[in-house]
Design a protein around this ligand. Structure first.
Ligand code: DAH
Length: 340
């Protein structure tokens, strides 16, 4: 009888593990545990007819095997049910999840807009090297070797490349462009610039956009018209400009350009977080191109003249989106970037 019990157990194990459907499993269960004809039930029914001393042990063994088989069946059943459930969960007709689509960085977005707006004013887009020689970054722009203006722009010098710098300003593009092209022309040159400077409003790498227009009889009035038209489109339709006299080596006269506050206009409110009541925000420098700069690229300043300007990009984007820490632009935190 003990031998029979072991046989029943080992066939049961085999059959249960080989079952491929719930129905099959159910049939196996009836075959073994079925009350009337189940092989194990039949065997256990014989226990009372065994000699008295064998009965308790056989009874005990029989019940253990019964428990084991019941457990195996119920495990297998759960397996089938889980599989069924996960199949049910997969809905073939459901629309597929939307792919995550990347987008431009807020700085790039703004640069595209700048290119678009100036493009409609007839400006071409030019670019120049980010690692440049001293000549294009300084000398040709009328900033000679010991000129204090060099110190205003904390320069990164390139170690193994003599007299080369990470450009401190996009003004270098003026020189590259004028060396290769004959006037008349108007260009803008957006790009990265580098200075040893780092805090909440300064980054060692930031962006500028340079502008240059060379033609005949250009005046500050042309500069004003171009800047006003462009900035009204870019920032606010009722933007006003204020020019203050300033100094840059590459322009004469030189101007500091202020734009009216995009929140309070020219009536600055004390509590305004953008202008703090001053109404005006400094946005860049500009001026009439210095005759020395024209001479340095071989242009005759008695024939040609023009204006130039240079604006920081980050600041405009910070004002537009009310961002107060510039470093967020470069941390690549998607929670920040996805908002734009
Ligand atoms: N290059 C200047 C700077 O980085 C900005 C600038 C001022 C550019 C006046 C110009 C200009 O073209 O005319 O501070």
């Amino acid at each position: 009888m003990k031998k029979n019990l072991e046989e029943i157990k080992s066939t049961a194990i085999q059959q249960i593990s080989a079952a491929t459907t719930l129905d099959e499993l159910h049939e196996i269960e009836v075959e073994i545990l079925g009350r009337k004809q189940g092989s194990l039930s039949l065997l256990l029914r014989k226990v009372p007819s065994l000699p008295v001393e064998e009965r308790p042990e056989m009874g005990k063994q029989g019940n253990i095997v019964k428990k084991e088989i019941t457990q195996l069946i119920s495990n297998k059943q759960k397996e089938f049910e889980n599989a069924e459930e996960s199949e049910e969960f997969f809905d073939f007709s459901a629309p597929s999840p939307k792919p995550k689509i990347g987008k431009s960085h807020p700085i790039s977005q703004f640069i595209r807009e700048v290119e678009d707006v100036f493009g409609r004013l007839g400006f071409d887009i030019a670019d120049g090297p980010e690692i440049d020689d001293e000549h294009h970054n300084f000398n040709a722009l009328n900033i000679p070797e010991h000129h204090p203006a060099r110190e205003m722009q904390d320069t990164f010098w390139v170690k193994n490349l003599k007299k080369h710098v990470l450009r401190t300003q996009t003004s270098n593009v003026q020189i590259h462009f004028m060396e290769k092209n004959e006037p008349p022309f108007r260009i803008i040159a957006p790009g990265k610039v580098f200075r040893k400077d780092s805090d909440a409003t300064h980054s060692p790498m930031f962006h500028q956009v340079e502008g240059l227009m060379i033609d005949k009889n250009i005046s500050l009035a042309n500069l004003k018209f171009v800047l006003l038209s462009a900035l009204r489109e870019l920032i606010s339709p009722d933007l006003e400009l204020r020019f203050r006299l300033s100094y840059f080596p590459f322009t004469e006269p030189s101007l500091e350009v202020d734009a009216s506050c995009p929140i309070c206009g020219t009536n600055g409110k004390k509590e305004c977080r953008v202008c703090k009541g001053t109404s005006w925000l400094e946005i860049g420098g500009a001026g009439m191109v210095h005759p020395n700069v024209l001479k340095n690229v071989g242009l005759d300043s008695s024939q040609w003249n023009g204006f130039a300007f240079g604006f920081g990009i980050e600041r405009q984007v910070m004002i537009r989106h009310q961002i107060n820490d510039l470093r967020q632009f470069y941390e690549n935190d998607l929670r920040f970037l996805e908002q734009f």
